[in-house]
Write a protein that binds this ligand. Structure first.
Ligand SMILES: [Zn+2]
Ligand SMILES: [Zn+2]
Length: 436
């Protein structure tokens, strides 16, 4: 337990904007203004509490009502205990910060991982760290707490979500990587360590307010002020299972080739580029991605292109859903691990899973009919392996393949039921050999 302790008074300047409420999992969630800015607050029933200052610092706190009822006592906690020790969780975090000796740093991390049950992708280099991994919570949390003991990583924003079927990654890849994020020309030349070159981060609450304001203007008759672009900085297939209302489907299949706002001349303008005719001085560009890292990277490119009013959703959609729930969001969130797609209730259980309404944007890749399950599947042809959304009729008709051609492929796997994932090829190959 860290030593930070504070009494935060509820005077007229810091009145909560909403009444604290009790649910089975979270005690309370509300926003308040203490005269410095608006802060959002969410408390967990175990007493763990996250406290977000709008200038970008975040603390894990324990909070309880003060004795006179006019405020709450807050004390910083080293870990938010929400999961049983052996419950599997997925942890995501990243930080752009200068690492002087990345190889040396790496060997410390490798040493810490010894005898710990962690699978995932953890990359380090001179520009910082990018980590996505799974494990039983005692190991998974021990690692992130250990990372945070280093002052250069102390204020990382950590996203935690449950992994119901054990590990969400096949093995641990912990290594030096020249690019923390894959982009066509690499990212080592980008000014990632200079916050002024990145977009202005908005807290989930600020993001929500800004979107709501923008939509109000959009819906009013006077559209002269509607100078904003909501930019989904992910891949098309991620948009397909869920996105912020009003965001256009990105015309890319991997972040590597993202090119919004890069049209050099008038003749080259691509119709699918939402920034093609945006005024670089006046347009508010609201960018979002899953966890925030792609926006941080891409915003430095847009800065270099001359865009002045860049905003990003701090901590990405994960952080937003955790704090605001699915307000303004429709569908699920695509994730890059074996879970593939998570409903908003994963991040904010009190939301419930009432989102059973079919989403008209979710279409079968093959017949274009509406799909009820917002989850991709891999093509049954191992050598294609395409991730695609598919209706149940087409799954049956093409035996889990993405097209007729794949149904005749040599390395064909069986149709997977429900939301299972394919295992390693040898499991299917060996079954085939046995049956001969
Ligand atoms: Zn279909
Ligand atoms: Zn295929």
């Amino acid at each position: 337990m860290a030593s930070f302790h504070a009494l935060i008074p509820w005077n007229p300047l810091s009145r909560p904007n909403s009444t604290p409420s009790t649910t089975n999992r979270h005690i309370t969630f509300f926003n308040f203004n203490n005269g410095i800015g608006t802060h959002s607050f969410s408390c967990k029933i175990h007493g763990g509490c996250r406290f977000y200052w709008n200038y970008g610092k975040s603390f894990d706190l324990y909070a309880s009502p003060s004795s006179n009822g006019n405020g709450f006592e807050a004390a910083a906690a080293s870990a938010v205990k929400e999961y049983e020790d052996d419950e599997f969780i997925v942890v995501n975090f990243y930080r752009f910060v200068f690492v002087k000796e990345p190889e040396e740093e790496l060997s410390k991390h490798l040493l810490f991982m010894k005898d710990r049950n962690i699978h995932g992708r953890i990359y380090l280099n001179e520009q910082g760290i990018n980590a996505q991994y799974s494990g039983p919570s005692k190991d998974a949390l021990a690692y992130v707490e250990w990372v945070k003991e280093d002052p250069k990583f102390s204020d990382i924003l950590v996203q935690i979500s449950p992994a119901i079927n054990g590990h969400a990654f096949p093995k641990l890849k912990l290594r030096y990587k020249p690019s923390l994020v894959q982009l066509e020309e690499g990212i080592s030349h980008l000014p990632l360590l200079d916050p002024s070159m990145r977009a202005t981060p908005l807290t989930p609450f600020e993001w929500r307010s800004k979107l709501e304001d923008a939509n109000k203007i959009e819906n009013s008759l006077d559209t002269s002020n509607s100078n904003f672009v909501l930019l989904d900085v992910r891949n098309g297939y991620e948009w397909d299972v869920g996105h912020f209302k009003g965001a256009h489907r990105p015309d890319v299949d991997c972040f590597r080739s993202t090119s919004f706002g890069l049209s050099e001349s008038e003749t080259e303008v691509r119709p699918s580029d939402p920034l093609a005719d945006a005024d670089k001085e006046k347009t508010d560009v609201l960018m979002y991605c899953t966890g925030g890292i792609r926006c941080d990277v891409y915003s430095t490119i847009l800065r270099q292109q001359g865009f002045k009013r860049l905003y990003t959703l701090k901590g990405g959609v994960c952080h937003y859903l955790e704090n605001e729930g699915p307000v303004g969001w429709e569908g699920n969130l695509f994730v890059f691990d074996s879970r593939l797609s998570l409903p908003p209730s994963t991040y904010k259980p009190e939301v419930g899973s009432q989102q059973q309404v079919p989403h008209s944007f979710a279409k079968c890749y093959i017949c274009l009919s509406q799909v009820s399950e917002l989850r991709h599947r891999n093509c049954a042809n191992l050598d294609c392996n395409l991730l695609f959304l598919c209706c149940s009729e087409c799954v049956d008709g093409l035996r889990g393949c993405c097209c007729m051609k794949c149904t005749c492929a040599r390395r064909l796997r069986p149709v997977l039921p429900g939301c299972q994932r394919y295992q390693k090829w040898h499991t299917y190959r060996d079954v085939e050999l046995q049956s001969r």
